[in-house]
Every structure is written in structure tokens, then in C-alpha cells.
Ligand binder design. Sequence first.
Ligand code: SAM
Length: 219
Amino acid sequence: MAYKFIDNYREQGARKKLVAQLRDERKIDDKRVMEAIGRVPRHYFFDETFWKQSYKDIAFPIGEGQTISQPYTVAYQTQLLNIKEGDKVLEIGTGSGYQTCILLELGAVVYTIERQEKLYRRAKLFLGKMGYHPQFFVGDGSRGIPGFAPYDKILVTAGAPFVPEVMLKQLKVGGILVIPVGDEQSQKMVTVFRVSETDYERIELDTFRFVPLVGDQAW
Ligand code: SAM
């Protein structure tokens, strides 16, 4: 793959257009999320041949049968997390690392885990070159990462059959979990708020289609 870190007027213009589209057509209204999307060069995650695709509102293959999420999905999930500067965030499903960059741009301290070794290595190398430094892990994130818990926010970027109990336990009181839950065809975006040591509030939102979360507490 031929990657070049060039971000000039053409790419910046395309990115501005994407941000406007997410705001005006997709009704994403969180200004900070929009600004973060406006700052991260999404075309860096694409082979040069496919640069034209990189600012379309579409998911795109990244190898290993996985995808870089659609910008709308990234914006939607990030908005639900309501990231505050310094939040400790667990991201399950690093994929390309694009979403990771958005979380970092919002000032989060990010722990990100990917089960596919090739993608983990690529994201680690790649984000390092871009100047982003989350904590990277490789393995089954369906169990969370208990060693670094609790987290202010947990984001799952693959479709789960249910909300894993272990993830709920790794959430701080006052924390938020965002996870797509459903069957292999479609999932509802589920947001869980931990309101006390023992109580959680769950809301179900729009329907999406994610690649499956595969693991011990998953498919
Ligand atoms: N948000 C990412 C991006 O912007 O590139 C895309 C994530 S992709 C839709 C979902 C990722 O979750 C895939 O890379 C997949 O390998 C990973 N995944 C699936 N099950 C997992 C698990 N149990 N633990 C960690 N990662 C997992």
C-alpha cells in the first residue's frame, strides 16, 4: 500500500465538505466532535488509489475482512460518549485507528484493543507516525481490559449479541458505555449509563450494521 502524509487544499476542502454534510444532512450537532473530524486527515488511512473515497460518508475495507467505520457512525458514537478532556476511554475494536484519533483529539486518554494482530500492528505504526499515542492492546476486547479499569467511557466499534456484564463492571459510576447490539444483520445503538454501584440505565437508539464483535463475551 502506498501511503503519503500530504494534507493540502484538495484534502482539506473535501474534509470541510464532509463535516458540513454530517452537520446539515445527518444532523450531528456536537461542535467539538465536528471539529475533531475536521482535524483528522481520514485520507491518510487509505491507499493513494482510493483517496477520492476517503471523504465520502461510507465505510471502506481495511483488510482482514474489516472496515474503517463510516464517518457518520464515528460521529454518532462519539457524540453519545460525551467525551470530556482527560476522560479515560476504552475503545474495543481499533480497526484502522481512525476513531481512536477522534477520541484523542477530544482530549481523551485512550486504551484501544484489537483482536486482529495485523490491524493492531498497522494502527500502532501508523498512528505513531501521525503523532497519536494511545495505549494499544491486541487480544479479545469482549472482556474489556480489567487491568486498567475503571473507565469513564467504553466504546465498542463492532456489533455484539448482548451487552457483556464484564464491560458494565469496568465502567465508573457516572460512566457511559456505547455498544451496537443485535444480530449479524443489524444492531441497535445501545447506550448504558452507570448511575450507581448497582444501577444502570439503558437506552436503544438507531439501527446500524457493524462487523461482528468476536470473542469470549461476543459472537
Ligand atoms: N472504528 C474503527 C475505525 O475507524 O477504523 C473500525 C472498527 S471495525 C468496524 C471493528 C473492529 O473490531 C475490527 O477491526 C475487528 O477486528 C475488531 N474486533 C472484533 N471483535 C473484537 C474483539 N473481541 N476485541 C477487539 N477487537 C475486535
